[in-house]
Design a protein around this ligand. Structure first.
Ligand SMILES: [Zn+2]
Length: 166
C-alpha cells in the first residue's frame, strides 16, 4: 500500500498524536516522543538484543511486514513505547480496531518479555508476553496472550486476554 492510498482511507477522527504520527510518516521521518527515543544502532526496545534498525525499526520505519506473529507483537510493543499510533492502527485487524487509538502518555514502558509464541495454523497465531510499565509512580506488569491473524498477506493483531498485577 502506498502513502497516497493510506491518506485516502484515513479517518478524520484521529487523535492529535495520530495526526503527528501521520505527518511524520508522510515526511518520511521517524517520530519520537519527548520521553522515548531510539537510534537505528541502539538496542531494540523490544529486548531482542538486536539493533533497532535490524529488528523492529524495519517494520516501523521502512514499511516491511513482520514475518511472524511474534515479530509483529514485538514491533507493536515498540510502537507503544514510541507512541506510533498510525503503526498500531495499520497492524490492528479492522474488525477489532478501536475507532481512535489513544496512547496513554502517563505510561512509561519498561520492558517486554515474550514467554511463548505459537501458530495454530497458517493464518492464526498467539503470543504470550509480559510488559512492565510505570504509571503514576507505580511499577506494574501486564500479562497478555495476544491473537494474530494473517490478513491479505500481513499479520495483524486481533485481540488478547490480559491481566495486570502490581
Ligand atoms: Zn525489536
Amino acid at each position: 500500500m502506498t502513502p497516497a492510498t493510506k491518506a485516502g482511507s484515513t479517518r478524520r477522527s484521529s487523535t492529535s498524536a495520530e495526526s503527528r504520527a501521520q505527518l511524520a510518516y508522510y515526511l518520511g521521518v521517524a517520530m519520537f516522543t519527548r520521553t522515548s527515543t531510539v537510534q537505528p544502532s541502539d538496542a531494540c526496545l523490544c529486548g531482542s538484543g538486536h539493533a533497532f534498525a535490524a529488528c523492529c525499526g524495519r517494520f516501523l520505519d521502512e514499511g516491511l511486514r513482520p514475518e511472524t506473529p511474534e515479530l509483529l507483537m514485538r514491533s507493536r510493543y515498540c510502537a507503544y513505547v514510541l507512541q506510533r499510533a498510525l503503526y498500531l492502527r495499520e497492524t490492528w485487524h479492522p474488525r477489532t480496531r478501536p475507532t481512535a487509538i489513544e496512547l496513554d502518555t502517563e505510561t512509561t514502558w519498561l520492558g517486554l518479555t515474550v514467554l511463548e509464541s505459537a501458530t495454530q495454523d497458517e493464518t492464526h497465531g498467539t503470543v504470550a508476553f509480559t510488559a512492565r510499565y510505570r504509571v503514576r509512580g507505580a511499577t506494574r506488569v501486564m500479562h497478555e496472550r495476544s491473537r494474530f491473524e494473517l490478513r491479505r498477506g500481513a499479520w495483524v493483531y486481533v485481540d488478547g486476554d490480559t491481566s495486570d498485577e502490581a
